[in-house]
Design a protein around this ligand. Structure first.
Ligand SMILES: [Zn+2]
Ligand SMILES: [Zn+2]
Length: 278
């Protein structure tokens, strides 16, 4: 079953990622206002009724800004760990609070969402792998380092949102104070373009059809720079840069692996066909 995915916004000013089937969808993070979420989904032809849950990666404001209103207005369950909830200082309706645990997939209709821990300067930060029966999509932003778990999950992805936060030279020569530069690069901050590219070059599965570079810094990066860097190594994967200002198109992610795979047998990588939903 295919998955439709998009970024409604990506960056330190707000993050909100949409992953869904024709029937149901989830948001990973709700870092733009409820109003903007509605407007941007509408422009993409996505209905709010399809939304079934919001998963929260961590408590930083750019990931939770719209959470309270969105959850209340549409009565959406919020999957958030206790530590993140406590530090987010947000009030959610009791019956909408749901917990999750590392490596324990949460079933939302036909979607399965698997959380796994990441390194970031937050209380209890998680990445997610959202799967349908045959397609995996990773949401990998706000990462201090590329850890072994990230590599494992990246290797399963037909599409991934991957952080490419900063260009090392721009950051070092830029105006940020020393402590901030250190915080970004010290292993609990953000991934540089080079770190993201190394992950992609070394661990891209042959069946990855779309890579959406995400959470680009406004001051220490440029979309063209990231695009040029990755396009050279794309190898058939479509390279997309998520915008800090608006939604990107909706992409339909399909698995075109041969269907003759027996149940429970390990699936082999197959040829992928790319398709763009508009
Ligand atoms: Zn962030
Ligand atoms: Zn963060």
């Amino acid at each position: 079953m295919s998955l439709n995915i998009t970024s409604l916004n990506s960056g330190s000013n707000g993050n909100c990622y949409y992953i869904g089937t024709e029937k149901e969808a989830v948001l990973v993070d709700a870092g733009i206002s409820c109003r903007e979420t509605e407007i941007r989904m509408k422009r993409l032809g996505l209905s709010m009724e399809k939304l079934k849950a919001i998963f929260v990666s961590h408590e930083h404001n750019d990931h939770i800004k719209g959470l309270m209103v969105l959850s209340k207005k549409y009565q959406l369950p919020v999957y958030i760990t206790e530590a993140t909830h406590k530090h987010a200082k947000i009030r959610l309706e009791k019956h909408l609070i749901k917990r999750f645990r590392e490596d324990e997939p949460v079933q939302i209709g036909e979607l399965s969402v698997t959380p796994f821990q990441k390194f970031h300067d937050a209380q209890d930060p998680y990445s997610f792998l959202v799967s349908s029966a045959s397609v995996n999509v990773g949401i990998f932003t706000d990462l201090g380092i590329v850890c072994e778990k990230l590599i494992q999950h990246f290797q399963k992805c037909h599409a991934a949102f991957l952080e490419a936060n900063y260009d090392e030279e721009m950051l070092q020569n830029g105006s940020y104070p020393f402590y901030l530069k250190k915080r970004i690069t010290d292993g609990r901050g953000h991934l540089s373009n080079t770190q993201a590219l190394d992950l992609f070059k070394m661990h891209r599965p042959t069946f990855m059809s779309h890579l959406i570079l995400s959470h680009l810094s406004n001051n220490n990066n440029k979309p063209e720079l990231v695009n040029d860097l990755f396009i050279e190594h794309a190898n058939g994967t479509e390279i997309i840069i998520a915008s800090r200002h608006q939604e990107i198109p909706l992409f339909k992610i399909v698995n075109n692996s041969p269907v003759s795979v027996k149940p429970k047998e390990k699936k082999k990588a197959g040829k992928q066909q790319l398709s763009l939903f508009e």
